[in-house]
Design a protein around this ligand. Sequence first.
Ligand SMILES: [Fe+2]
Length: 329
Amino acid sequence: MKRIRIFHAIPLEETQIYVKIEKWLLDVGDVIECNLYESVGTRGEKELFLPKNKPLHDEIKKKMDQLEALYICQEDEPIYNQFIDFIVQAVSQNTHIAITKKAAVIYRQASIILNEMFDDPEALENVPKSKKVVNQFVDTIFSDTHAIESLIKITSYDYYTHTHSINVCVYALSLGSYLRLNANELEELGMSALLHDLGKSKVDHAITNKNGLLTHDEYEQMKHHPSYGYTIAMKIGIHDERVLDGIRHHHEKLDGSGYPDGLREEEVTIFARIIGVCDVFDALSTKRPYKERLSSFEALHLMKETMKHHLDMYIVDAFIQMQRSDQPL
Ligand SMILES: [Fe+2]
C-alpha cells in the first residue's frame, strides 16, 4: 500500500497521512465505515468523496470509476482492513465471482498481512496469519483451473519486500502445483516461500531499501538474512524442517557458491531450489528505482543462459513450460 504524506487543504497547518486504496475492490451496495477521499488540485490536496457509512450506490460508483485514485486516512487503516477481510470471505464463498477478481482480492489481503508481518516479524500470530494467506492461495489454485494464470497476472511489477514475498509464494505454489506436489506439500512450500525473506527485517533498513546497487560491505550484511529468517521462524514456532530449510537455503547455489552454508548439488533441497528459482525470477521481472524490469521471457532467457551452475535447470524449464502453456494451468 502506497503511503503518501500531503498537506491537508483545510486547515493548512494540519498534516494528515492518506493511504491509497484499490477502488476496484469496492462495489455498488458496499458500506465502508471510514471516509473515502479523492485527490484534487495540482498539489494533490484531498477532498471528501464519500462519507463513512454511506452506501455506495450506482451514481457514486460511476463517479468513482472516473477518479484516478481513492484514499483513506492512515488512522482508518484498521477499519478498512476489516472491510477487506469481510470482502475476502464473501468473495471466496461466491462461485459466481470471476477468478480474476478473486485472485486480486486475495493478493490484496495477503499484501496487508505481509505489511503487518514485516512491521513486527517476531509476533507469534505471524504463523496463523501466514497459514491463512497460503491456504487462501492453495484453495484458489485447487478451485479453478484458471487460478494460477490469474494469480500470476496480478503479481506486482514494483519491488517491495512484502510484495516480493507474495510474488515468490504465488510462483512457488504455481510451480509446485505444476510439478504435482500434493496439498500438504504445497502448504509447506507456500509457507516457506512467503517467509523466505523475513530475515531482511533484521538487516539495516538503509541497506534493504537502498535505491541502488549494494557495496561489498552492504552485500555481506545482506547475506545474513536467510539465517536471520531461519532463527525468527523457529522463534515464532515454525518447526517443520522443510519450511525452515527453504527459508535458510533459498540463496544456496548448486555449485556451492551460495550462502549461508555453501551447500552443493543434492544438498540443496527441492524447496530451496524452487524458492531460489522463483526468487531470482521475481527479482529480474520487477522494477527497482535503479533498474527497469525484464519481461518474463527476458528473465527466463537470462536465467537459462547465465545461471546454469546456480539454479536447477529442470525447475527453470518447468517454469518456462508452465508460463508458455496454452492450456489452463
Ligand atoms: Fe532472499
